[in-house]
Ligand binder design. Structure first.
Ligand code: PMV
Length: 379
């Protein structure tokens, strides 16, 4: 009987404050601008992936959220199958890169090491949140998959909960692994780290400088919380892949965003995080969410990711902040919306009960417009 090797790893969802939107290379998933996100805690929204390998597995199989398995055609590195004979997908690109690293860094150096790079894989992944909740699961999913196969292959020993540089001397750093997770889904590269994470756009055509790094661990700002408001749990009508492609081809505003806006905001938000300055962090986060949705609207045909409820949440938070600036000179909350109508509200822990009460008070909407009700807040 042959041995079965196995590893299990989890990766949380991350929510961008500076949005990635646009690819300059659609195969390598190289972005048109740098981005920055906050990774949620492992216990909240995360994907967990178990990978196993054995010389006895006849095929490579993938189980997603306990659905029946899908067979993945993946050539082993030494097989005579030409790569063009099998499907070239985001998943196969990730797995082939991991196999290459296993061969180069482990098997070629130690002839007694199991030849895992030649064996098939069994991969089972599930999300601890409803996949139909309208929350991006590709980031946590591809990060968990990359980390799990890397652990199976003996390439890494860290998890995204750990601080950068900790663990038992991984052969491959989390930033190097982020290059592989990026091939699955751009934003996945950021979920390999906990805390505050930047993804540098890079400039090399090979993409080797388009990687994620941790700006600060979650413990740096433990009082910062994210409140997720599910406005609509449906799958979005325009996927991020096709939406980005259309924006890159048609939006004039995107160029301005890439060259004039994002570089300045990246610097500003990194300083804000280092200083735990919620006012700067919140203002940049809200401005960037609004510009991302403006770029979506500037796409032809236009893309509408937010709906009336999303816009009402913006008005509610802006009004809450307006009143708070008058009374305490500080912002209390910052909204951000990804490619969908659901809101993520960042706030200091002490303000979360107020915000939750406020959101529950105004949603679901009673008859009458939301703008009418804002008077109550200001008064
Ligand atoms: O990685 P993707 O293809 O799911 O794109 C993510 C795009 C946004 O969520 C809108 C922004 C971001 O930086 O996460």
């Amino acid at each position: 009987m042959s041995t079965i090797y196995q590893a299990t790893t989890s990766a949380p969802v991350n929510i961008a404050c500076i949005k990635y939107w646009g690819k300059r290379d659609t195969t390598l998933i190289l972005p048109t601008n740098s981005s920055l996100s906050v990774t949620l805690s492992q216990n909240d929204l995360s994907s967990t992936t178990s990978s196993s390998t054995s010389p006895s597995f006849p095929t490579t199989l993938l189980w997603l959220n306990n659905l029946p398995p899908e067979q993945i055609d993946l050539p082993s590195l030494s097989s005579s199958t030409s790569p063009s004979a099998v499907a070239d997908t985001r998943l196969t690109r990730c797995l082939l890169q991991l196999k290459k690293l296993r061969k180069e860094l482990v098997e070629d150096k130690d002839p007694s090491a199991p030849k895992m790079s030649e064996w098939n894989l069994h991969i089972a992944s599930y999300n601890n949140f409803p996949t139909a909740a309208g929350l991006a699961s590709s980031a946590s999913g591809f990060a968990a998959l990359t980390a799990s196969v890397a652990a199976l292959y003996g390439l890494n020993t860290f998890s995204s909960e750990q601080e950068q540089g900790q663990g038992n001397d991984p052969l491959v750093s989390a930033s190097q692994l982020s290059l592989i997770a990026r091939l699955g889904s751009g934003s996945a590269c950021r979920s390999l780290f906990g805390g505050f994470v930047s993804w540098s756009a890079g400039s090399l055509p090979s993409g080797t400088d388009s990687l994620a790094t941790q700006i600060a661990p979650a413990s740096h700002w433990p009082t910062l919380h994210a409140l997720i408001c599910i406005v609509n749990a449906q799958k979005k009508a325009t996927s991020s892949t096709s939406g980005m492609q259309r924006t890159v081809q048609t939006s004039a505003l995107l160029q301005h965003r890439i060259t004039d806006v994002v570089p300045r905001r990246m610097e500003g938000i990194i300083d804000a995080i280092k200083d735990r300055d919620f006012d700067a962090f919140g203002r940049i986060t809200m401005d960037d969410s609004n510009q991302f949705h403006a770029v979506a609207l500037d796409t032809s045909p236009p893309i509408f990711y937010m709906n009336d409820v999303s816009r009402s949440i913006i008005l509610l938070i802006e009004e809450l902040n307006r009143v708070s600036l008058l009374t305490s000179r500080h912002l209390v909350a910052a909204y951000t919306f990804d490619a969908g109508p659901n809101a993520v509200i960042y706030a200091e822990e002490k303000h979360i009960p107020t915000i939750v009460n406020l959101v529950l008070r105004y949603f679901p909407l009673e008859p009458g417009t939301f703008e009418d009700k804002l008077g109550v807040l200001g008064g």
